[in-house]
Design a protein around this ligand. Structure first.
Ligand SMILES: Nc1ncnc2c1ncn2[C@@H]1O[C@H](COP(=O)(O)OP(=O)(O)OP(=O)(O)O)[C@@H](O)[C@H]1O
Ligand SMILES: [Mg+2]
Length: 468
């Protein structure tokens, strides 16, 4: 959304200084009004909700502090900046205590003033953005620890809730760290089985010989070391849900036994002939392509169809970069609560780099990155670019090695890069409804550079289609 211009009221009885600042601020896109006295300022404040108040502290009559108080009282979100005379730092400190966002001491250079103003605006923006993200985390954009507000995640949440109401078998697919286990738990916790157990078993982490006994249990003497009779994980999940993670790693023999469980809901403990009946919901997960394994003959086709009754695909983080700020907020809250630290924010530039990273390890990797940067920020209230690991800092952008397609017969480098440029420019213009200044800002380009590039690239016509 294009940002609307900020309305600023400047209060100073020194007209030359006031007018000079007002004029230059207007050049920088601010909507400026002036007041020559405290009284005048109070009148204007009574009529109009300014975003920013800049006031000299020393004014004849109603002084700057009273103006500021009145402004904050009426508009708690206003950004008050005070101007103090040389040698009156004490007044400035007092003003900050009373709610001034910052101060600047006369005489000053306009650029220094602009800097104070911009950083106060940035602080305010971050603060309100954080408050916004926090409020989103509290309600709609999460179920059971799964966080996201992108279209794909909202669709996923809806699917999980629908699926939870059924007893059908679910196959969850997705890259590593995309939240497959969280999704399985979310289904269980929203299902009528929630009062019973959720039993997770990672088929890929247990040696083949032990997996069978782990799943089905065993009787005494069933194999060397089976000193007693033991219940298997399936039995433990009776009336609840069993989560079979990395199901693609199962041997053909176990695949056959699992198929029987899915078809008949029955099995025998290892070394026993007594048949056990159970009532269990099965959720399986895999990061491999099971359909491909069926074609290759390494996974049973009938089992695949029995598992894949309801397919649930978890999107990679690359497909939903817009969720990154919300996830970052989520992890910051979680981690700073653990460590007893106060509210921590992320600078705009650091967030840009986080959003540009390809995240091959998805949400798990993002969580680790936030934990690391929190440690490196040494208690400061804001995480900055320098606190991120080098690979995230030096992010070349989304068209990196991980996502770049490469045709067999090569590519024309120059026109490919131009196509990427044009595509980014077009997307940023779409995002800003055609506002070139905003679009240039999103791309970290000068507006004139963006316009030049558009002029140069657009008439080229058909360029190879970039993959991003
Ligand atoms: N949408 C999400 N919101 C919040 N946290 C998430 C989300 N997705 C994943 N996580 C976090 O990322 C980590 C990995 O999640 P999970 O174990 O569910 O992933 P997985 O897909 O099962 O990964 P793997 O294939 O490696 O087993 C966990 O710490 C989890 O809390
Ligand atoms: Mg997992």
């Amino acid at each position: 959304m294009p940002e609307s211009p900020k309305h600023l009221l400047i209060v100073d009885d020194e007209s030359a200084l006031r007018e000079a600042i007002a004029e230059r601020l207007a050049d920088h896109g601010f909507q400026v009004e002036q007041a020559a006295s405290g009284e005048q300022a109070l009148e204007r404040l009574a009529e109009f909700a300014f975003d920013i108040l800049v006031t000299d502290l020393r004014l004849p009559g109603v002084d700057g502090r009273r103006v500021m108080e009145a402004a904050i009282d009426r508009y708690p979100d206003i950004i008050p900046i005070v101007i103090t005379g040389y040698g009156t730092v004490k007044d400035a400190v007092e003003a900050i205590k009373q709610g001034a966002a910052d101060f600047i001491t006369k005489p000053f250079q306009f650029d220094a003033f602009l800097h104070v103003l911009r950083s106060a605006l940035e602080q305010r923006r971050l603060k309100s953005e954080n408050a916004y993200l926090r409020s989103q985390l509290e309600n709609r954009y999460r179920i059971d620890g799964l966080v996201g507000r992108s279209r794909v995640m909202r669709d996923l949440f809806q699917l999980l809730e629908t699926v939870a109401a059924t007893a059908s078998t679910v196959l969850i697919t997705g890259e590593t760290g995309t939240g497959k286990e969280l999704a399985a738990r979310a289904i269980h916790h929203s299902s009528p089985r929630r009062a019973h157990r959720f039993v997770a078993i990672n088929c890929g982490a247990i040696p083949e010989t032990l997996l069978e006994a782990e799943l089905f249990g065993h009787v005494r003497g069933a194999f060397t070391g089976a000193v007693g009779t033991r219940q298997g994980r399936l039995e433990q999940a009776h009336r609840g849900t069993v989560f079979l993670d990395e199901v693609g790693t199962m041997s053909p023999a176990l695949q056959a036994k699992l198929l029987r469980v899915l078809q008949e809901r029955e099995f025998e403990r290892v070394g026993d002939s007594h048949t056990i009946k159970i009532d269990v919901r099965v959720i399986a997960a895999t990061h491999s392509d099971l359909a491909r394994m069926v074609v290759d003959g390494t996974f049973r086709e009938d089992l695949f169809y029995r598992l894949n009754v309801i397919p649930v695909r978890l999107p990679s983080l690359r497909e939903r970069r817009e969720d990154i700020p919300l996830l970052v907020q989520h992890f910051l809250q979680k981690l700073s609560a653990d460590s007893g630290r106060g509210t921590v924010t992320v600078s705009q530039e650091a967030m840009r780099r986080l959003m540009a990273h390809p995240w091959p390890g998805n949400v798990r990797q993002l969580e680790n990155a936030i934990e690391r940067s929190l440690a490196f920020s040494h208690g400061r209230p804001q995480i900055d670019v320098a606190d991120l690991s080098a690979d995230i800092q030096n992010q070349p952008g989304p068209a990196d090695a991980d996502t770049t397609w490469f045709p067999d017969d090569g590519v024309d480098f120059e026109s490919y890069i131009e196509a990427v440029e044009l595509s980014l420019i077009k997307r940023s213009l779409e995002r800003t409804q055609g506002n070139k200044r905003q679009a240039a800002r999103l791309l970290n380009l000068k507006r004139t550079t963006l316009i030049e590039k558009l002029k140069r690239l657009e008439p080229r016509g058909e360029l190879p289609k970039p993959p991003i």
